[in-house]
Design a protein around this ligand. Structure first.
Ligand code: NAD
Length: 325
């Protein structure tokens, strides 16, 4: 029975993993969280939380022991600033985390395994202009991800496929497109664009400044998906019988400048954008949700504005607390 099922969430100290633990608890599962760190902003809802480094094989075996399902979210990751400057470290860390966790799941007879892949697996040559065709799952090959982070995600997708075919583990693979929301990294160098922009705007507002710096010319495009939609997508995909990679994201593409304008309006400020040199990633990216709609009969429905209101409020509170320390 579902209520008695035991599930492991790796990366449970991180942004999506922390939210997923709470989501699965509400669904009635017994949840084990694993991470190298505890959640930074809120205590975990997990029934048990093991602080383990999954680059060690024995730790991955301990983490997966006695589990029915695994949600594998642990990764050494961050925004473009981090990903574009740490290729070797990211490839080594994430490959060892994922190979060990998958093998632990096999040895411990886990029946279902969710793997969090990324839109970063898509080839750079399909993302060279701000307005490109939305990315379909089939567009992944011939492969040419921009960074080592994307190459590793692609290899682990293939690992998941072979573990399913050879060992019968029901692997499920989501390619997330820029997930955002409260309780995610918002400073320190690993934060991603929505959180970084919320922080810059909140800081300017609270300090009475009139301008903010934006990496690049502001015309680079992305789609952004709110965390609650991401959690629904993960769960629906995990329980589905669809074994191939599936996009989980919004298909509304906006420029970085538009993202700044939306957040400025939420904050109630008018700021001058100063465009400066900085890592931007691919020029343009959007999700094609045709397969998602067909397979799950669902797609993300929370608007960018709705999601950003909640995210901005939380980040402004964090910035305010830090400034008043
Ligand atoms: P996050 O950085 O907040 O969470 C990842 C967690 O993994 C962190 O808490 C980190 O401490 C943990 N971790 C790192 N190394 C570890 C190790 N050796 N052993 C155990 N735990 C370790 O990132 P997130 O945004 O929550 O992303 C979750 C997953 O989704 C990741 O696999 C990420 O690559 C993927 N993803 C996220 C996005 C996004 O927009 N947030 C987009 C595409 C893919």
């Amino acid at each position: 029975m579902k209520r008695k099922q035991k599930v492991l969430v790796t990366g449970a100290g991180g942004f999506i993993g922390h939210h997923l633990v709470s989501y699965l608890k509400k669904k009635g599962y017994r949840v084990r969280g694993v991470d190298i760190k505890y959640p930074e902003y809120k205590p975990t809802d997990a029934d048990e939380f093991f602080k383990l480094d999954l680059r060690e094989k024995n730790n991955a075996f301990k983490a997966t022991e006695g589990m029915n399902h695994v949600y594998a979210l642990a990764a050494d990751m961050g925004g473009m600033g981090y990903i574009s400057a740490n290729h070797a470290t990211i490839l080594y860390n994430n490959a060892t985390i994922n190979f060990n966790t998958m093998e632990g799941a096999r040895v411990n007879k886990v029946s279902r395994y969710f793997y969090s892949s990324s839109a970063c697996i898509y080839p750079e040559y399909r993302q060279t202009k701000a307005k490109m065709k939305p990315l379909k799952e089939e567009d992944a090959f011939p492969a040419q991800p921009q960074d080592a982070y994307g190459w590793e995600k692609l290899v682990t997708e293939i690992l998941a496929k072979y573990y399913r075919e050879e060992y019968g583990i029901e692997t499920r693979i989501a390619r997330f497109h820029n997930i955002f929301g409260p309780f995610g990294t918002w400073d320190g160098g690993r934060e991603k664009a929505p959180a970084a922009i919320c922080r810059k705007i909140a800081t300017a507002k609270l300090m009475g400044k009139k301008e903010i710096e934006i990496w690049g010319d502001g015309k680079q495009t992305r789609s952004f998906c709110y965390i609650d939609d991401c959690l629904e997508g993960i769960y629906k995909l995990m329980l589905s019988d669809f074994p191939d990679p599936l996009n989980i994201g919004q298909d509304r593409m906006v420029t970085v400048d538009q993202l700044v304008d939306i957040i400025s309006e939420i904050a109630g400020v008018e700021l001058k954008k100063i465009h400066v040199a900085g890592p931007q990633g691919v020029r343009g990216r959007n999700s094609d949700n045709s397969k998602l709609r067909k397979v799950l009969k669902w797609e993300p429905g929370i608007s960018l504005e709705q999601g950003l209101v909640k995210t901005y409020q939380w980040i402004e509170e964090q910035v305010s607390n830090k400034l008043n320390k």
